[in-house]
Design a protein around this ligand. Structure first.
Ligand code: PMP
Length: 461
């Protein structure tokens, strides 16, 4: 097409130059700007399966997967067909459609009542972004409990609503400060920011603010500071503590939901027996279940289209308008194209898809580690389900302070060496690597072949 030809006539540099004149920083979401790795971001024109193509016509094996949604690979023909069919019936009605009920039923069926471990989700509200899902869940928790304060963990990301752009004050139980210009101090001061994986800090905060804390929000497994899994029993302990003090738990599965398992990270975390691959073998341990009060979804649930959701038990969810007193709304909520993409994606994501995601992830973890070890680069593979990231440090990190202490300067050269060889990693060391079920042996081989040179570049940094 004309558009395609015009796009291909340019370079990434030129496209970036042009974009920066009319878009702040040339990007519509900051991490796309290659801020921490340097250079012009790749301007993409198309994506298919495991590959993306930039304006120069160069193809890359993609390990961003749109930051999570593309578990089936890009532009899966059946998902695209479902969107095209939906589009042919109308783009948006501003009225309820039967497909929204189907999607809600699907989520409830996977996470709902009647299972051995008890249900997590009886009802679902569809929204358009993860930011909206967590923002609404927090308002709902405040409305339900009649309390104001919120606990979040340092290094966890839940979207960009004001109260979540907060960073720790001087002590564990002190109210937070704004983490962005434009966030009023009194709003940041409604949040307490605690070190992750530290239940003592959570207890201290609850004891310092009796009857004031509405909710704790936590990533089901942290994956926005690189991957940092919850220590065994952390999510359960957190839930018990919150409930002891009359607060709700919001389990944020925007990134992990429907990616690490059909029941998200909660499904892994509450399986009666959990088996994990460890270097040199397998490890099985038993664990107990826990029931957070609200759960948020995004990314995979929309199959690459703008869609997110919050869900929980009926008693809490029915505090939402129009049934209850907590207001929330959206012109494009439950958009028919988004719902079609989400339904198609979730229905196609069968056991074979999850098996493939795990296989690819474990292969890459092993190969990355081998390549870095061969060059003597101190590193740890941080993993949670099929999510992983590389930490440039000898010892595993369990919180944000430890993640920040790594040799982050090694990532830029590593990233660019991979990019030059046709592999697109997330452009920051503080991000998870996302595999897809479309990463076949050829795609994996291309990544593996690129690793030795990238490891050399990291070693030389
Ligand atoms: N929660 C988590 C755990 C996320 O990873 C993200 C996005 N990376 C969000 C919330 C916000 O979602 P969105 O970008 O769709 O607003």
């Amino acid at each position: 097409s004309k558009e395609q030809t015009r796009a291909l006539a340019t370079t990434n540099e030129a496209a970036y130059e042009r974009a920066r004149r009319v878009i702040p920083g040339g990007v519509n979401s900051p991490v796309r700007a290659y801020r921490s790795v340097g250079g012009a971001p790749r301007f993409l024109v198309s994506a298919r399966g495991a590959y993306v193509t930039d304006v120069e016509g160069r193809e890359y094996v993609d390990l961003v997967a749109s930051w999570g949604p593309a578990i089936l690979g890009h532009a899966h023909p059946e998902v695209v067909q479902a969107v095209q069919d939906a589009a042919s019936r109308g783009l948006s009605f501003g009225a309820t459609t039967p497909a929204e009920t189907e999607l809600a039923e699907l989520v409830v069926a996977r996470l709902g009542g009647g299972t051995e471990v008890g249900g997590l989700v009886d009802e679902v509200r569809l929204v358009s972004t993860g930011t909206e899902a967590t923002m609404t869940a927090i308002r709902l928790a405040r409305g339900f409990t009649g309390r104001s304060l919120l606990i979040k963990f340092a290094g966890h990301y839940h979207g960009h609503s004001d109260g979540l752009l907060a960073e720790a004050g001087s002590g564990v139980a002190t109210l937070a400060l704004p983490a962005s210009a434009g966030v009023p101090e009194p709003i940041a001061a409604q949040t307490l920011v605690l070190p992750y994986n530290d239940l003592d800090a959570v207890r201290t905060a609850f004891e310092a603010h009796p009857g004031e804390i509405a909710a704790v929000i936590v990533e089901a497994a942290a994956a926005n500071m690189g991957v940092v899994a919850p220590l065994p029993g952390f999510n359960r302990g957190l839930t018990e503590l919150a409930h002891e003090f009359g607060a709700l738990v919001i389990l944020d599965e925007v990134l992990t939901g429907f990616r690490v398992s059909a029941k998200g990270y909660w499904g892994i975390d509450t399986a009666p027996f959990r088996t994990e691959a460890k270097p040199g073998g397998w490890r099985t341990f038993s664990q107990e279940t826990y029931l957070p009060d609200l759960v948020t979804f995004g990314k995979v649930i929309g199959g690459g289209m703008p869609l997110a959701a919050l869900g929980g038990r009926r008693e809490v969810m029915e505090y939402l308008a129009p049934v209850g007193p907590v207001y929330q709304a959206g012109t494009l909520s439950g958009n028919p194209l988004s719902v079609a993409a989400g339904l198609a994606t979730l229905r196609l994501a069968d056991e074979a898809v999850y098996d493939r995601l795990y296989h690819v992830s474990e292969t890459l973890q092993r190969e990355v580690s081998t390549a870095l070890a061969a060059e003597g680069v101190a590193h740890t593979i941080q993993r949670a389900g099929n999510l992983f990231s590389v930490l440039f440090a000898e010892t595993p990190a369990v919180n944000y302070a430890q993640v920040q202490a790594q040799e982050a300067f090694r990532f830029g050269p590593f990233f660019h060496a991979m990019l030059e060889q046709g592999v697109a990693l997330p452009p920051s060391v503080f991000e998870a690597w996302f595999v897809t079920a479309a990463h076949d042996e050829a795609a994996v081989e291309r990544i593996v072949d690129a690793l030795p040179a990238a490891a050399k570049a990291a070693a030389a940094a």
